[in-house]
Design a protein around this ligand. Structure first.
Ligand code: MG
Length: 352
């Protein structure tokens, strides 16, 4: 006769309490989803278009060209010194619209939530998005939430799409760098990438490096008001300053020469990079812009940036030349010249 099954200590699986954690029902489109919207998203992002609760947002739009940009955010960990995935999702898209010379106005957001994500974590992320949107002066007017099973996503992924208006007559772009232009950078390189890496606990020691993640539309508006002659604006995110400048050199068919002595890096970031064998030129930034404009406007542009909260450490880092077309070079501190190539693969995955 078989031994009777010992069931002492066995428990039936208890359904997850849906007021503490995300459950699959939150992505159902039914009552629980409506509850999540009413209690979590609406209070944080409240505006007439979102409140209307329709399939799409109807918004006012000024006269001018529409600029639209989209980005997905998969950063790990979700929270890091100086920011979190929510802050990043708003700032990243605001900045991509702003570097086109446009005024960002509206965002839409898509959340992929993992079953089991504490609702408290989601609330912190949403509140961070609310704060970033408020600072940037944009409204989050439409959104979507899906829930995937436990183990199928790292807590939360966030996609944002932003739209902005381009004032008549303004046209910035990566193809507009010209020989005789100079290259400005709004502050030190690599803070974001190294801050996220440190937050993963992979360095084996503590640092106080903070991500530079910030909405830059205010800085950009100040810059373009003071100095409309800007040819190119771009945020050097993944791949860093080196990769972004290579893209611009190719788009414009020009050469770009960097001055090693002028490249700004915080000592703590430089120290970590040296230990790990990283070049800060390739490390991601989330709160910096590259500005390319005619040399005669450089002082004016730097002065405008220095007066703005996120541009206080702006410096001139290089110049645009006729040749070698499509390449970035660097004059080293020792006086030699070397090629600065694009980032070949992925140096730091899951950084944004
Ligand atoms: Mg960008």
């Amino acid at each position: 006769m078989p031994e009777p099954l010992d069931i002492t200590g066995a428990v039936c699986p208890v359904p997850l309490p849906h007021n503490e954690r995300i459950v699959l029902g939150h992505g159902s489109g039914g009552k629980m989803a409506a509850d999540l919207i009413a209690k979590t998203f609406l209070p944080a992002f409240d505006n007439p278009a979102l409140r209307a609760g329709d399939d799409g947002a109807v918004v006012e739009f000024p006269v001018g060209k529409l600029v639209v940009s989209t980005d997905s955010h998969v950063v790990a960990p979700l929270f890091f010194p100086g920011g979190d995935i929510g802050h990043l999702a708003v700032c990243g898209t605001v900045n991509d619209v702003a570097v086109m010379g446009a005024t960002p106005l509206y965002l839409t957001v898509g959340f992929i939530l993992e079953e089991g994500l504490p609702l408290d974590t989601l609330h912190r992320i949403v509140d961070s998005m609310r704060q970033a949107a408020r600072e940037a002066g944009v409204q989050i007017v439409s959104g979507d939430t899906k829930v995937v099973q436990r183990g199928k996503a790292d807590g939360v992924y966030i996609s944002t799409t932003g739209v902005g208006v381009l004032p008549p007559g303004r046209m910035l772009g990566g193809a507009q760098a010209r020989p005789g232009d100079v290259v400005l950078l709004s502050g030190p390189m690599g803070d974001h990438g190294i801050a996220v890496l440190a937050a993963r606990g992979e360095l084996g020691f503590e640092t106080d490096i903070q991500s530079d993640c910030a909405p830059l539309n205010g800085l950009i508006a100040d810059l373009l008001t003071a100095c409309p002659a800007v040819h190119v604006l771009r945020d050097p995110t993944r791949g860093g300053v080196a990769t972004t400048l290579n893209e611009i050199a190719r788009q414009s068919g020009v050469g770009i020469t960097l001055f090693e002595k002028s490249l700004p890096v915080r000592p703590a970031v430089a120290a970590v990079c040296e230990m790990l064998g990283f070049d800060p030129l390739y490390v991601a930034n989330e709160g910096k812009i590259l500005v390319i404009l005619p040399r005669e406007h450089a002082e004016q542009a730097l002065a405008a940036m220095h007066n703005s909260r996120y541009g206080k450490e702006a410096v001139l880092i290089g110049e645009v030349t006729e040749a070698p077309a499509g390449r970035v070079l660097m004059k080293t501190a020792l006086g030699s010249t070397r090629v600065v190539d694009m980032l070949a693969g992925e140096m730091l995955p899951r950084i944004c």
